[in-house]
Design a protein around this ligand. Structure first.
Ligand code: ATP
Ligand code: MG
Length: 585
């Protein structure tokens, strides 16, 4: 079976235009991009957009892309997050852009680049540059362009002012170079407590852009770092570390989200005022992805995890890459989605239905068809002998004929979906009803003759006669009946736990009007049932995707599947019933 999806047209957007121009003008010999997550949580679908953009550009322009841990904040970062980020990036680019992913040699701080498949390969770490960043800071001090400031964090904020309010220079702004060098060395040596002093760039306290009002470059944090241990007790700020890390790695196009646009003058100021390699990297900004019915910041996702509102970062309802993978989404679908939504400078909210559409159309092409019954009702075919059994032929995927077909046991007793029978049918109900006929997919037309009820009057069995000539190839095979329903053999099926997922939030904007997003968690976002599945699903493989016909897309849960009873996750139902219900309401 083919695993290639229809190739999307090569995307074009303002960033790609810039890259193309820069390359044709000979500004850089090769494009080098980077994806720089902070390892303080798991990656989400917003990061997927950034990964597809950075790796996509490297791929389209014969460049490379670095995976860099932007790890300058020791108190929030953990190795667990580093590992999950590497796994998620590799999964998302697998078979598409692996060849442009560049790693460095483990333990090498010199950005010595190696191929990502090398056994000693590891991602780049901003923390590997701590010594070099420190040396750069000393150079700024020597040049009279940075100073040690003793203002408290509160006073630093207050003195900075606001766009409409001028800043007040720090009383420590004019310290001598010697005093600054001495104090900075002592900050590093651990002589001062957290918050006692900072290193600040000396730029312009009356700049309209507040980010240029003597921004912090270093702060004191007596904390162990996941990568550098206790080697440091001062840590560089994002703005200082990021542009210099880009420069050290010879990044050409440093692509980030729009909120960093106001930081760009500082990015450029730092690189202009230090003897860094030329040509310098440049920062470009694009609009972040926001999705309806979703929260998309690691901080909020962390709350869902910590408060037990989901089962973990990879809960299939989470908008994390690992959650979507566990739910059965294929990387191709996320990449198609990222291409489809494009790259712009306008912040907006993308309807989650667009993402779901990309997932469905990918799965429609790639999922193997199987039969399963979620809420079983027994159906007995009375004109077949006790113990009757035959194999019927079922198509694996009508979208890809090369997927072939399989044999499925058909027996005298089968299960159908409770929904597919109505004792008192609604108007235009074309499924099974007393006296009515329906086709059993891949098998016979059956007619409902009799009902068996329990003492409460509930139908527990439906007795039918089959038109034994109506199977495919038979004399009455083409006889038209309005409904076709799915089924499984009652005597040759397997049981499985099936987890039915819905959107995690009931509101399109979970935070509208300042409401706590946790107040609109969908109580029906997970339903666990015991389903009856066709026996071939005993061989289900975690990396395979299935369509249970008429029900939706499912995959084996790769985490809980090892137990005696398999677990299947529903990725999505076949149609967007949610959208329809919302339209009616
Ligand atoms: P969050 O706010 O979710 O914690 P972040 O921006 O702090 O995200 P980082 O780890 O710093 O997360 O992000 C790594 C990269 O991913 C950055 O370049 C950032 O611009 C990009 N990114 C983060 N969120 C989105 C998003 N929603 N859409 C597109 N790109 C994003
Ligand atoms: Mg961040």
């Amino acid at each position: 079976m083919s695993t290639e999806s229809t190739p999307a047209p090569e995307p074009s957007d303002f960033i790609r235009d810039i890259v193309a121009e820069d390359l044709s003008a000979g500004k850089y010999p090769q494009v080098v991009t980077r994806f720089p997550p902070e390892p303080n949580g798991y990656l989400h679908i917003g990061h997927a957009k950034s990964i597809c953009l950075n790796f996509g550009i490297a791929k389209e322009f014969n460049g490379v892309c670095h995976l860099r841990m932007d790890d300058t904040n020791p108190t929030k970062e953990e190795v667990e997050y580093v590992d999950s980020i590497i796994a998620d990036v590799r999964w998302l680019i697998a078979g598409w852009a692996d060849h442009v992913l560049r790693f460095k040699r483990a333990g090498d701080s010199d950005a010595q680049r190696v191929h990502s498949d090398s056994p000693e390969a590891e991602p780049f770490y901003a923390s590997d540059y701590f010594q070099r960043l420190y040396d750069f800071a000393v150079e700024l001090i020597r040049a009279g362009k940075a100073y040690v400031c003793d203002l408290s964090p509160e006073d630093t904020d207050r003195f900075r002012g606001a766009p409409d309010k001028v800043g007040i220079p720090s009383p420590f702004r004019d310290r001598s170079v010697e005093e600054n060098l001495d104090l900075f060395a002592r900050m590093r040596a651990g002589e001062f407590p957290n918050g006692a002093r900072t290193l600040r760039a000396k730029i312009d306290m009356s700049a309209p852009n507040v980010w240029l009002r003597d921004p912090l470059l270093y702060r004191i944090r007596h904390a162990e770092h996941h990568h550098t241990g206790n080697a440091w007790c001062i840590y560089p700020m994002y703005d200082f570390a990021h542009c210099l890390s880009d420069s050290i790695e010879r990044i050409t196009h440093s692509i980030c989200t729009l909120e960093f646009e106001v930081h760009r003058p500082l990015y450029d100021w730092i690189l202009e005022n230090l003897p860094v390699a030329r040509p310098r990297p440049h920062q470009f900004e694009f609009a972040r992805l926001n999705l309806s019915y979703t929260v998309m910041s690691k901080r909020k996702l962390m709350q869902l995890v910590k408060e037990g509102l989901v089962s973990g970062w990879d809960d299939p309802r989470m908008p994390t890459i690992s959650g979507m993978r566990r739910r059965g989404v294929r990387p191709e679908a996320l990449r198609d989605f990222a291409y489809h939504i494009g790259v712009t400078k306008y912040n907006g909210v993308t309807d989650v239905a667009v993402l779901e559409h990309a997932i469905r159309s990918d799965l429609n092409r790639h999922a193997l068809r199987r039969l399963g019954v979620l809420r079983p009702l027994k159906l007995v075919i009375t004109n077949l002998p006790e113990g009757y059994r035959e194999d019927v032929e079922a198509t694996n995927n009508p979208e890809t004929p090369e997927a072939g077909s399989r044999k499925m046991p058909f027996t005298r007793e089968i299960y159908i979906e409770q929904d597919d029978f109505m004792e008192v049918p609604a108007p235009k109900y074309f499924r099974l009803k007393p006296g009515g006929e329906v086709r059993l997919k891949y098998a016979y037309i059956v007619k409902c003759d009799e009902l068996v009820k329990d003492t409460d009057g509930r139908v527990i069995e439906v007795h039918c006669t089959a038109d034994l000539e109506s199977k495919s190839g038979g004399p009455t095979a083409n006889r038209k009946v309005k409904g076709t329903i799915h089924w499984v053999s009652a005597t040759e099926c397997m049981e499985a736990e099936v987890r039915l997922y819905e959107r995690l939030f009931t509101e399109a904007d979970p935070e509208a009007d300042g409401r706590d997003f946790k107040s609109c968690i969908n109580p029906a976002s997970l339903e666990v049932i015991c389903a009856k599945l066709e026996p071939s699903l005993a061989q289900a493989r975690p990396e395979e995707r299935y369509q249970f016909e008429r029900l939706g897309y499912f995959c084996l849960d790769h985490r809980d599947a090892a137990q005696d009873r398999p677990v299947f996750n529903r990725t999505l139902s076949l149609k967007d019933t949610w959208g329809k219900a919302a339209q009616k309401a």
